[in-house]
Design a protein around this ligand. Structure first.
Ligand code: NAP
Length: 304
């Protein structure tokens, strides 16, 4: 792969796994994490710890960021750009709003740098294996320069258009993720209420046409009642809120976001997204009427 030094900010569940993969593939990686202890694992694997965001930018030609949310990304970029670097390519792989991506792109452009929004589909295991799907928005020439690194991080990267396009695609993808998780939980619990063992129902789903990466990947969490976060539920709530801001008004969206919001309020935010199973188990008999689900909207479009 590209042997120019790469900068990486954010060593959470995803950043840690991606950096380990880059190092295994011969990458030279400068790292910075707000909480320094989280750098230990990747430093033991050969990453170079940087004292500050400014030092990381100085020592790297392409700088990746992967942190929690819009506020975190904006805060990190304030630090990254504070010493007026120029000629660098910044790549944000966090899931944030398209408007934040466009704002960061403008900020980078104003200081003679380039920016790509490049959120990913896939969780820790694809990150470790380099099989993520990368959704990129930004200048085509910058995308081509970063592509050798994307080819190590993912099995497919797609250049979707201008800045913000990657973030728009990611919000759509995570709506389907939410539907999958909620649907899997409701289906297994409906079967359980009718005397079907969870193990058998998951086999029926996963051995047939209903299977997908989510049903297969999340079955062991349900069977073992182990919801240790690979993708924390609080982050999916954040993504559904961003989809709400982007105008998602389809029939299933309001019940879906309400369900995940309530799971968050029930203390499940730090657990894996599949912990929606626990929430649905406790609340599965609730049957809200559509006028309660969309109190402020004209629902006639959905009733036809
Ligand atoms: P995570 O495990 O919760 O890690 C969050 C990271 O953000 C940590 O490194 C944290 O630093 C850093 N951070 C948060 N606020 C910050 C701030 N104000 N300044 C500097 N750093 C800050 O999150 P993750 O699961 O890796 O996810 C990261 C992003 O990728 C999120 O946008 C998420 O939606 C997206 N994503 C996640 C997955 C997944 O399966 N996990 C998949 C696709 C996309 P500290 O260590 O100091 O707290």
């Amino acid at each position: 792969m590209n042997t120019l030094p790469i900068g990486w900010v954010g060593l959470g569940n995803m950043g840690n796994a991606i950096v380990q993969n880059l190092l295994r593939n011969g990458g030279i990686v400068n790292v910075y994490n707000r909480t320094k202890e989280k750098e230990t694992e990747v430093v033991q694997s050969g990453a170079r710890s940087q004292e500050s965001l400014q030092q990381l930018v100085h020592n790297s030609s392409i700088i990746f960021t992967m942190v929690s949310d819009d506020d975190a990304v904006k805060e990190v970029y304030t630090g990254l750009l504070s010493h007026s670097p120029s000629g660098k390519i910044f790549v944000d792989m966090s899931t944030v709003s398209p408007s934040t991506s466009r704002y960061l792109a403008d900020t980078c452009k104003n200081s003679n740098n380039q920016f790509i929004d490049a959120p990913v589909s896939g969780s820790i295991k694809p990150a470790q294996e380099g099989t993520l799907i990368i959704m990129a928005g930004g200048p085509a020439d910058a995308y081509e320069k970063v592509k050798p690194v994307f080819d190590v991080i993912g099995k497919r990267s797609i250049h979707l258009g201008d800045n913000g396009a990657g973030s728009s695609a990611k919000l759509a993808a995570n709506y389907l993720l939410g539907l999958n998780l909620q649907g899997l939980a409701e289906t297994v619990l409906f079967a359980e209420d009718n005397g079907i063992r969870t193990e058998d129902m998951l086999t029926i789903i996963n051995e047939g046409a209903l299977a997908n990466g989510i049903t297969k990947g999340k079955s062991s969490a349900i069977l073992n009642n182990d919801f240790t976060a690979a993708f924390a539920l609080k982050h999916l709530v954040k993504d559904l809120r961003l989809a709400d801001e982007q105008g998602l008004r389809t029939p299933l969206f309001r019940p879906l976001i309400n369900s995940f919001e309530e799971a968050l309020q029930n203390g499940l935010g730090e657990e894996d997204v599949m912990a929606i199973f626990k929430y649905v188990r406790q609340h599965k008999s609730i049957q809200p009427s559509i006028s309660n689900i969309y109190p402020d909207d004209n629902v006639s479009d959905y009733a036809n």
